[in-house]
Design a protein around this ligand. Structure first.
Ligand SMILES: Cc1ncc(COP(=O)(O)O)c(C=O)c1O
Length: 437
């Protein structure tokens, strides 16, 4: 009562330790003056960590993508920039009486017939019994791993799984172990050891269709084989394959016909689909369980209706433009052929459609050399970003080159040619000055 009375009568000066008003008319709680020092110390501590990053050459900064050729976004199929899709989404949204926001969590006011229909459509697309929407892939991954494995269970994570999966596994009461990246022998040895010792709990194996910082594929069929042998359930992240493979963009597992054997699949819509959001696909029991126990589902505002329209229409658009998938495959082969210094006709007839993903890696090593190479390429007009430690292991710093359908063939040939030169050691400078500066 006392507070609201004072807020209404702004002319009354706030007492120390109560409320004050900043220049924007916003009221903030003030501590009494004796609390200034600890806050100062805290800032000092935070600043010290930032300074450490600056000294190590890996301080993260927000930048705005400019007019350079896009070789860094996850918009592999160009859907985020598609004018035709933008108009399609706008027309659909216009035709529907949708509120501007979800207004609450799915369990309170944020559910709608349209959200439920969207989940039915996604379950059909991903050939699952059920699908459950999440606000992001990060939320979906951490939700599944934090609450499905329980105390007494063991989660085996590929060493290179995404931060969101690690986060989920860390939050879980299950024991967490790692196996070497894509190393089936290492995984099998650990599984054999565990089951050989009579372990009777649930075992989960966590892997990805395409690894985001390496661009290589998880060995799905072999992982499922091990799962069968050692009674382990696979949690499979399709973030970087959603849209790129499979009918209508249904991803790698569906394309390989192995979807039925996977316990939980996570699809995201912020990468090749050009939008935002994610879903978990699996059994009805799994999605019902997540509705009841996954905090990242329960305690957050649902995706806004406009995002749902965007998800539906982007899959509709992709189904009508299936050549986008073959076109990205062609761009990948063109890049790789040029990078290898190969001749185009031979490389273009490369038969294996699954040979590569749109994420191409060039390991440089060291924060400064990696940044220097990226900056040189940026000066030459290519938006290529360095991936530094600690995002990747120290010594494995790299360029992460993402290919897109909107990258012109000449741009790809030029960029891959420059990188080929760099790889061959043709550049004598430490910082190759490819551009005019
Ligand atoms: C492999 C992988 N999984 C999950 C995510 C998270 O997805 P989202 O961006 O939708 O949160 C990412 C995003 O970087 C990713 O690379």
């Amino acid at each position: 009562m006392e507070i609201s009375f004072w807020v209404l009568r702004r002319s009354v000066p706030p007492a120390a330790g109560k409320f004050t008003q900043n220049s924007g008319g916003i009221f903030a709680v003030l501590g009494n003056t004796s609390r200034t020092a600890p806050v100062g110390n805290l800032h000092q501590r935070l600043k010290q960590r930032l300074d450490d990053r600056t000294a190590a050459g890996n301080r993260r900064q927000l930048t705005v993508a400019g007019s350079l050729a896009d070789f860094c976004s996850n918009d592999y199929l160009g859907l985020a920039r598609s004018e035709a899709l933008r108009q399609r989404i706008a027309a659909r949204a216009q035709a529907m009486p949708l509120p501007n926001g979800a207004t609450g969590s799915r369990l309170i006011s944020g559910n709608s017939a349209y959200a439920l229909e969207t989940e039915v459509a996604l379950a059909r697309l991903f050939r699952a019994e059920s699908a459950l929407l999440f606000a992001s892939g990060y939320a979906a991954n951490s939700a599944v791993l934090s609450v499905v494995p329980q105390a007494g269970d063991v989660v085996f994570c590929d060493q290179l799984i995404h931060a969101s999966l690690r986060e989920g596994a860390r939050l879980s009461d299950a024991e967490r172990r790692y196996f070497r990246h894509n190393d089936l022998d290492d995984l099998e040895e650990q599984l054999r050891g565990l089951r050989g010792n009579g372990f009777a709990g649930e075992i989960f194996v966590v892997a990805e269709s395409v690894y985001s910082m390496d661009g290589d594929f998880g060995p799905l069929a072999d992982l499922l084989g091990l799962g069968d042998r050692y009674d382990a359930h696979l949690v499979w992240d399709e973030a970087h394959s959603t849209g790129l493979w499979g009918e209508g963009g249904s991803g790698l597992a569906c394309w390989l016909g192995l979807h039925d054997r996977i316990f939980a699949r996570i699809y995201t819509f912020g990468k090749a689909m050009g939008g935002h959001g994610a879903c978990v696909a699996g059994s009805r029991v799994l999605t019902d369980y997540l509705v009841n126990f996954a905090r990242a589902f329960i305690y957050t505002t649902a995706l806004p209706p406009h995002s749902l329209v965007s998800i539906r229409e982007s899959f509709g658009f992709l189904a009508e433009h299936p050549t986008l998938q073959s076109e990205i495959g062609r761009k990948i082969r063109l890049f790789r052929a040029t990078l290898a210094g190969g001749t185009l006709p031979g490389a273009m007839s490369e038969p294996e459609p699954l040979s590569q993903s749109p994420i191409q890696i060039l390991k440089v090593g060291g924060n400064e050399p990696t940044k220097a190479l990226a900056h040189a390429l940026q000066r030459a007009g290519f938006d290529v970003r360095p991936i530094l430690a600690p995002t990747v292991r120290a010594g494995e710093e790299r360029l992460r080159i993402c290919l897109h359908v909107h990258n012109r063939d000449e741009e790809i040939i030029q960029l891959a040619g420059l990188l080929h030169e760099w790889k061959s050691g043709d550049s004598t400078e430490q910082e190759p000055e490819y551009g005019s500066g």
